[in-house]
Design a protein around this ligand. Structure first.
Ligand code: KE4
Length: 427
């Protein structure tokens, strides 16, 4: 596949933007090669500047559950554009969006809109500390909650080990109240929560982690988090920036029947525009300014364009949407299982609904430690073999791929054919 224009653009971009990109994963660093500079998208596909067409499994990292450029979203945004883009004053649209989120996610009794998932998690953790008057936060190795300083801690520190920064520019003071535990480690996490006791403000978790690749909760793990936080008076935050409106209208918490105290959302609720949200129990959210003492603000928070795109996006989702995504996902999974068996390849296809990861790993991946055992070199070979065949996967082993409602059985079957050919070429 020839990509001279992407190559030229990347060379120039690297002189103007750190790494040539505005978000690290886009630079292809973990798979190598030249990132494709995308010119336009339509449905399940997008095209690079050289005119090459790709079947897209990134979907802007989750927001595009209806695929690229859905007419009904763009028509609604066009109509709103004629009224203006932002007023810096309250609008009816923000009331409608808040009502839609609250109706969809029962654990959210009150919500605040922001402009990214990072901001949503920042706000949620600040109100958790403000509400409880406590300082310590537990997060889990391999789970990503955006780039706020306090969350960039090294994986795997124990109870009394102060969070150690995992990024330059983050000081020990900013991470000392964050402890990293191990996802799916039921007894270790239970002990950690009990050890921290009344110092613990919040346990933050991706209930269905997708930022180490897709890892499923072991039976009892999320239930333990709910029980133990209730016992100690800490709050449970489900970071559903990725899974919110992706797996069910009420998010993964609806699927597993667990009620967190706080939830963060993003991606799909913006319909492709910058958005985030945090919400939860009314007594907690009533602490957020100007109703209460926990300050948080944002120039474009709840702006009419993102609210319009997000509202029509989520209003178009219903039980049939998720049944459709499950049927497509199941077809893809069955096909991959057959190919892996035929070719005797040691890899794990892990999926929930429309989210999936192919781990090049001989064993099931149940934790970050497991994930790190994966053969990332082999993933890189697979990624490029698929790219050459016109299938654009997330350019990193530790990410999840996304089916959209614009994908059909034909796209799934084309993906499986490309995968069989690609896996046959692996050395
Ligand atoms: P943003 O600040 O990127 O909008 O959201 C941060 C975030 C928070 N919580 C979860 C569970 C997330 O998955 C994310 C962001 N997801 C990544 C995908 N792995 C965004 C892609 C990127 O960083 O470019």
């Amino acid at each position: 596949m020839s990509t001279p224009i992407s190559t030229l653009l990347f060379a120039e971009a690297q002189t103007l933007l750190p790494g040539g990109v505005n978000s690290p994963v886009r630079a292809f660093n973990s798979v190598g090669g030249t990132p494709r500079f995308i010119s336009h998208g339509q449905g399940a596909y997008f095209w690079d500047e050289d005119g090459n067409r790709y079947l897209d499994y990134v979907g802007s990292w989750g927001p595009l559950i209806h695929g690229h450029a859905p007419a009904f979203v763009h028509d609604a945004v066009r109509a709103q554009l004629d009224k203006g883009t932002s007023y810096g004053a309250p609008t009816r649209l923000e009331v409608e969006m808040a009502r839609a989120v609250i109706e969809a996610v029962p654990s959210i009794e009150m919500v605040r809109m922001v402009n990214s998932g990072t901001e949503a998690v920042m706000g949620a953790l600040r109100v958790a500390r403000g509400f409880t008057g406590r300082r310590k936060i537990i997060k889990f190795a391999g789970c990503y909650h955006g780039h706020a300083d306090g969350l960039l801690v090294q994986a795997g520190s124990g109870a009394l080990t102060l969070g150690i920064p995992d990024s330059a520019g983050v000081t020990p003071a900013q991470t000392q109240d964050t402890i990293s535990a191990n996802y799916n480690d039921i007894e270790g996490t239970r002990a950690l929560i009990r050890e921290l006791g009344h110092e613990l403000a919040c346990v933050a978790v991706e209930p269905l982690p997708a930022n180490m690749g897709l890892v499923k909760p072991k039976a009892g793990f999320l239930e333990m988090l709910r029980e133990e936080t209730e016992q100690t008076g800490a709050l449970l935050l489900f970071d559903e920036v990725m899974t919110g409106f992706r797996l069910a209208k009420g998010g993964f918490q609806e699927v597993v029947g667990i009620t967190p105290d706080l939830t963060t959302l993003g991606k799909i609720i913006g319909g492709g525009f910058p958005v985030g949200a945090y919400g939860g129990r009314r007594d907690i959210m009533s602490c957020v300014a100007p109703a209460g003492p926990v300050y948080q603000a944002g120039t474009l928070s709840g702006n009419p364009i993102a609210m319009t795109a997000g509202l029509v996006t989520i209003n178009a989702l219903n039980a049939d949407s998720y049944a459709r995504l499950e049927a497509l996902g199941a077809r893809l999974e069955k096909g991959f299982e057959r190919i892996l068996s035929d070719l005797r390849i040691e890899a794990q296809f892990q999926r929930w609904g429309s989210m999936w990861t192919l781990f090049f790993n001989p064993n099931p991946v149940e934790s970050f430690a497991d994930a790190k055992q994966s053969d990332t070199k082999k993933f890189g070979q697979f990624f490029h073999a698929m790219l050459e065949r016109g299938v654009y996967l997330p350019p990193a082993q530790f990410e999840a791929a996304f089916l959209s409602l614009a994908h059909t059985e034909d796209e799934v079957d084309m993906t499986l054919q490309a995968a069989r050919e690609s896996l046959e070429t692996l050395t």
